[in-house]
Design a binder for this molecule. Structure first.
Ligand SMILES: [Zn+2]
Ligand SMILES: [Zn+2]
Length: 376
């Protein structure tokens, strides 16, 4: 049996660095919330995937066996909408963008997970979990939907450090006569006419978003597992809801023993977002810079910190630096070229990635010149 090295890792639940102590010596079970496959993935998705990939590689390097589970949300409102727009089925949308996600992460050097469960392949386990929650008084059926009864789970808010009272006060008053409480969230959604649906004890429908991760992690890692990772934006409500579902259903103990959340990715702040959009797909960025430079840049900052991409926007015709706020839909003050959003985005410069590219080249150069490379 391999001995487990002591690895101190910040844990969101306790708010402190704690040793990552595996349940089973020498083995780490890691769950990462994966993509909802309705569109191309953006750089924020790349960051959470690369953070997890770095941890997996490091743990394996330390001699640990890692079971890395990352789900694919392959049925969801956004996928159904996209299917209507593209004139194909929801299943075709999911297959197309799952393949694109794999291509993008492969290009960034991310290892594939050991298990990649899909919602549509996990329906019986999801239905069984919802039935358990209903039997335990933690969920209720209403008009063909099923909701989690948040007020019945006493430690709701523990991960995000929110009290139920604060959440109640801050909750938008939703027009839903189906819910007992505005904070209650859907575990099962009744199908509207024409939507993909699966049979259930509550009628045809599909799972809500949060329940899938509770069902999939239980199937592949057990009721309690070592490490749960994801972007900070998932702490509330997604991960809070996963805890409520999983701990509520098993009635004891801990869901994930360690929580790891990576920071946001931002593109040059507010100014950029107003004119050119505060979001770039992985493909847009890797079309301009080598994927290794992108990876270097994304892991060059502490994983919990926010990461800001500086952006420079030159005129596509004369290269004059443009003020991002002024130019959209206007003409270049230098050469008079018409400026549109797509053209500007295609010529954008990321100085941080240029610097990262130089650093990667420097590493390769140093390696090539080292005596161990055999070239000197
Ligand atoms: Zn999840
Ligand atoms: Zn110009």
């Amino acid at each position: 049996m391999s001995t487990t090295p002591t690895l101190l890792l910040y844990d969101t639940m306790s708010g402190s660095k704690r040793p990552l102590e595996p349940i089973e010596p020498g083995h780490i079970g890691l769950y990462l919330c994966g993509p909802t496959v309705y569109d191309l993935s953006h750089v924020g998705h790349a960051r959470s995937a690369i953070c997890a990939d770095t941890v997996v590689r490091f743990l394996r390097e330390q001699g640990l066996r890692v079971t890395f589970v990352r789900n694919v949300t392959d049925i969801d409102d956004k996928i159904i909408k996209r299917a209507q727009v593209e004139g194909i089925s929801a299943g075709e949308v999911a297959a197309k963008y799952t393949a694109a996600y794999h291509e993008d992460l492969d290009s960034l050097g991310c290892l594939r997970p050991d298990v990649e469960p899909r919602v549509t392949g996990t329906i019986p386990e999801i239905v069984a979990l919802i039935e358990t929650l209903i039997a335990r008084g933690l969920a209720y059926e209403s008009g063909g939907d099923v909701y989690f009864r948040v007020a019945a789970f006493s430690t709701y808010g523990a991960l995000s450090k929110r009290s139920l009272d604060d959440m109640q006060a801050g909750a938008r008053v939703e027009v839903s006569e189906l819910k007992e409480n505005p904070l209650d969230f859907a575990l099962w959604k009744a199908a509207k006419p024409g939507e993909p649906a699966w049979p259930s004890p509550w009628g045809p429908g599909r799972p809500g978003w949060h329940i899938e991760c509770s069902a999939m992690s239980k199937v592949h890692l057990g009721e309690t597992f070592d490490l749960h990772a994801g972007g900070r934006d998932l702490i509330f409500p997604h991960h809070e809801n996963e805890i409520a579902q999983s701990q509520g259903a098993c009635g004891h103990g801990t869901f994930a023993r360690h929580w790891m959340h990576n920071g946001f990715v931002d593109f040059a702040g507010e100014k950029m977002s107003k004119s050119l959009g505060n979001f770039f797909t992985i493909r847009e960025v890797t079309a301009l810079y080598p994927p290794e430079a992108v990876r270097w840049f994304l892991i060059g900052v502490h994983y919990r910190s926010g990461l800001n991409f500086d952006v420079e926007v030159p005129c596509p015709a004369c290269a004059r630096p443009l003020d991002t706020e002024a130019q959209q839909g206007s003409a270049c003050p230098e050469c008079g070229a018409a400026l549109d959003r797509d053209r500007l985005r295609a010529h954008i410069r990321f100085p941080g990635l240029e610097e990262a590219d130089e650093r990667v080249a420097y590493v390769y150069d140093t390696l090539a010149r080292s005596p161990r490379s055999g070239r000197v």
